[in-house]
Design a protein around this ligand. Structure first.
Ligand code: SAM
Ligand code: SF4
Length: 454
């Protein structure tokens, strides 16, 4: 008789790439562990860390500190740290946190089962942060899973001067297209509906493969796979956004009308110091082409305030670019100096007070654009992929439009995982409220959602 499985709890910090890595961790450990949502019953507690900003790293340190008590209550508990902080700090983490059993970097996921087994039998902490390409084990898709994050490439070669990613995630490496297509086909065969392709810069996908292929070519290979209702990707670097990729938005039916295109700053001087490889004019020209190719496109971005040397005029240029681009949403951050990066050594660092004040002004401006974008949707009939029951009420469901906005509406729990039609009735700053159109069949085919207003 098989032994009952032990319990695995994973706390994930950071981006979708980390979420995908956590799913992979759960998969490689699935023979011995089942995932629990309750940390207090875990036999194995893994923290998947993020090193992108100091604040993210500090959160990990504070969680690790608080877990000392749990470890004392449950001495058999194996406590492990993986991801970007682990990759960056390796053995130092063990010195700083003696109650840790296991440290594994971004390349060590597939070796987790051996590491965990060794940690269980040996009193010596295990460290595995060697760089190297991790083979991707074949993914198993849980029945009922409708959304999949599929990593198509690892690492980054861009070396933006503020960014730690190339130092912790290593050189850029693309997975072969056949492997990606097979993984997506398996997911769709198991009933999946939405696929998000992940990479730090998907636009450079395929460089360096024995038979080079472009990212739009990969999209054209994935797009027609039977059963695929929604296709998304992130992140796209503005410099490498090709006319071919922009055209794909009007041409590939499952490709959702949403693009995340991080601009970081609106000042050409700052963009150059960031080593981004484009200027504000070029960025806005690409936005104009995209909007012509796909009039219903929702455009989101990332912005950094207080990069070294950013003057009030530079900051104003960022606000001007935001107004010109009219982003649907923006993720904005105070510049955080990161170890090894060039910008951390720049002389003219901006004070914390100025960063805080600029972030506030920027976010106030963005809130207006986000609300306006939401208000434009009121009265329209839209397709929603229902993701989950709302935390607030069991009768409330929560899903997303193709353009990625969150919609809450009343409906039976059986709708979770289905594509339904919803009339948008109210716009809120962070979400929409809708009414389920129970008797409406899905709209024929896929077309830019703006066309579905009635
Ligand atoms: N690869 C993506 C790109 O090129 O846009 C983004 C990767 S990063 C995980 C996500 C975002 O974090 C970036 O777009 C940037 O806005 C922000 N970020 C990265 N390094 C940062 C730093 N040192 N300080 C503040 N924000 C940072
Ligand atoms: Fe970091 Fe730039 Fe690479 Fe994005 S493109 S991961 S910001 S170095």
């Amino acid at each position: 008789m098989a032994l009952p499985k032990k319990k695995l709890f994973i706390k994930t910090f950071g981006c979708q790439m980390n979420v995908a890595d956590s799913q992979q961790m759960a998969q490689v450990l699935a023979d011995d562990f089942e995932v629990t949502e309750r940390p207090e019953e875990a036999d194995l507690y893994l923290i998947n860390t993020c090193a992108i900003r100091h604040k993210a790293e500090a959160k990990v340190q504070s969680l690790l500190g608080s877990l000392k008590a749990l470890k004392q209550r449950r001495p058999q508990l194996i406590l492990g740290v993986g991801g970007c902080v682990a990759q960056r700090q390796g053995e130092q983490l063990l010195t700083a946190v003696p109650h840790l059993d296991l440290v594994f970097g971004t390349h060590g996921i597939y070796r987790l089962p051996q590491l965990v087994r060794r940690a269980a039998y040996r009193p010596v902490a295990q460290v595995e942060t060697a760089a190297g390409l991790a083979p991707s084990p074949r993914r198993h898709w849980a029945p009922g899973q409708v959304q999949a994050l599929v990593t198509i490439m690892q690492g980054c070669d861009n070396f933006c001067t503020f960014c730690v990613v190339p130092y912790v995630r290593g050189r850029e490496y693309s997975r072969p297209p056949g492997e990606i297509a097979a993984e997506v086909a398996d997911f769709l065969a198991a009933g999946g509906k939405e696929v998000t392709l992940l990479g730090q810069n998907v636009n450079s996908y395929g460089r360096g493969l024995p038979q080079p292929i472009t990212f739009p070519e990969l999209l054209r290979r994935i797009g027609p796979l039977p059963g695929l209702a929604r296709l998304r990707f992130t992140t796209s670097h503005p410099r490498d956004l090709s006319p071919e990729l922009m055209a794909a938005f009007g041409e590939l039916a499952p490709l959702c009308e949403h693009l995340h295109l991080p601009v970081q700053s609106g000042s050409d001087r700052i963009l150059e110091a960031m080593h981004r490889g484009y200027g504000s004019r070029e960025y806005l020209e690409k936005v104009a082409v995209l909007r012509r190719a796909c009039p219903g496109l929702s455009l989101t971005t990332d912005l950094i305030v207080g990069f070294p040397g950013e003057s009030e005029a530079d900051f104003q240029a960022t606000l001007d670019l935001m107004t010109a681009a009219a982003f649907d949403q923006a993720f904005s951050f105070k510049y955080s100096p990161r170890p090894q990066t060039r910008a951390a050594t720049f002389a003219d660092q901006v004070s914390e007070g100025v960063k805080t004040e600029r972030l506030q002004r920027l976010q106030t401006l963005q809130e207006k654009f986000t609300l306006k974008a939401h208000e434009r949707l009121v009265g329209q009939r839209r397709e929603v992929l229902v993701e989950k029951l709302s935390k607030r009420s069991p009768e409330q469901l929560c899903g997303r439009l193709r353009t990625n906005q969150v919609v809450n509406f009343s409906g039976p729990p059986e709708l979770v995982g289905r594509l339904v039609q919803v009339r948008i009735e109210q716009a809120h700053p962070h979400s929409l409220k809708g009414r389920w159109l129970a008797d409406r069949p899905p709209a024929e085919g896929h077309h830019p959602e703006g066309a579905q207003g009635e």
